[in-house]
Design a protein around this ligand. Structure first.
Ligand SMILES: Nc1ncnc2c1ncn2[C@@H]1O[C@H](COP(=O)(O)OP(=O)(O)O)[C@@H](O)[C@H]1O
Ligand SMILES: [Mg+2]
Length: 299
């Protein structure tokens, strides 16, 4: 059996945090940043949050959207501010903290957007600077005594943009982990997603093998979809959408809402949801491809 990628990720992660909190007594160079790379919807954020909970870490989380500010220079300041917030968590709450930047490269590759390129250079520069001076972080113009902070490990997630972050990786400022769950991991994780529904491990295997090469969020979506169906049916049962508002809000005190019975998850229902999702994926792909094609004609 393949070693579980999930175990590797956890080991890597725990080691990164512990090394950073012990950096001052370790006689080795400790990278401040851990980059977790991998495809969208593969569970990077989810696994990361699980590990935070397990280790009792109170993370300060920021997302790429916040870095896409219109005003150049802003993303660097934002990162430094959050870094200091995390330091205050350690100082004031006596808890381990960590700065987590989700989907750091989300805005990249958006063609012809100079602002994004500038912002990205600022982000890389800021991370480089933090790595070099992890305990002296100024947000304003001048240095103050209060600019002395705790060393805070940084975790970033994103797709593979190692070329852009090469300078950080090369000089040992950023450690990297490529997260790609193998079949065993996927079966374990999906089994956990469906556990409460009483779907067995063998049944999970049947679903996953029917729809191979899908990201984890696909298998989560199957479950939501069977839910959506039951909700639509329930709305129908209580008299349709037209009456839903009045049924929900204007009902008399003694009237109770019609009972909603959660759907019983069956493999057949999950498979059916899967086929309809695949059909949608194909529609979206065709749509994208035709747009791409039209764009080239325009040029
Ligand atoms: N271990 C897990 N248990 C249950 N659900 C999970 C697990 N890992 C991922 N998921 C689900 O898969 C979906 C995608 O995960 P996410 O962490 O957002 O991916 P990424 O950050 O790689 O884009 C989410 O809806 C999440 O709830
Ligand atoms: Mg994510």
């Amino acid at each position: 059996m393949d070693p579980s990628e999930e175990t590797l990720l956890i080991t890597h992660f725990v080691c990164h945090i512990v090394k950073n909190y012990l950096a001052h007594i370790l006689n080795t160079k400790v990278p401040l940043i851990l980059g977790i790379w991998g495809g969208k919807g593969q569970g990077k954020s989810f696994q990361t949050e699980l590990i935070f909970q397990t280790m009792g870490i109170e993370p300060v989380i920021m997302s790429a959207g916040e870095l896409e500010s219109e005003r150049a220079g802003e993303p660097g300041k934002l990162i430094r501010e959050r870094y200091r917030t995390a330091s205050q968590v350690v100082q004031n709450q006596g808890k381990m903290s960590c700065l987590m930047i989700n989907d750091i490269d989300a805005g990249l590759g958006r063609f012809g957007n100079t602002q994004m390129t500038v912002n990205n250079q600022i982000v890389v520069g800021t991370l480089m600077n933090l790595s070099d001076n992890p305990t002296r972080v100024s947000v304003g113009q001048d240095w103050r005594d209060s600019d002395i902070t705790n060393r805070i490990p940084i975790i970033v997630t994103g797709n593979d943009f190692s070329t852009i972050y090469a300078p950080l990786i090369r000089d040992g400022r950023m450690d990297k982990f490529y997260w790609q769950p193998n079949l065993e991991d996927i079966l374990n994780i999906v089994h956990r997603m469906y556990e409460k529904d009483g779907i067995s491990r063998d049944e999970v295997e049947r679903v996953v093998k029917t729809f191979p090469n899908q990201a984890l969020d696909f298998y989560g979506a199957l479950r939501s979809r069977t839910y959506d169906r039951s909700i639509l049916k329930w709305i129908d049962d209580i008299g349709g959408v037209e009456n839903f508002g009045s049924k929900l809000l204007k009902r008399r005190k003694d009237q109770s809402l019609p009972v909603f019975i959660p759907p019983e998850q069956t493999v057949d229902a999950l498979l059916e949801a899967g086929y309809s999702l695949i059909k949608e994926q194909q529609l979206i792909m065709e749509n994208k491809l035709s747009k791409e094609y039209m764009k080239n004609i325009d040029d």
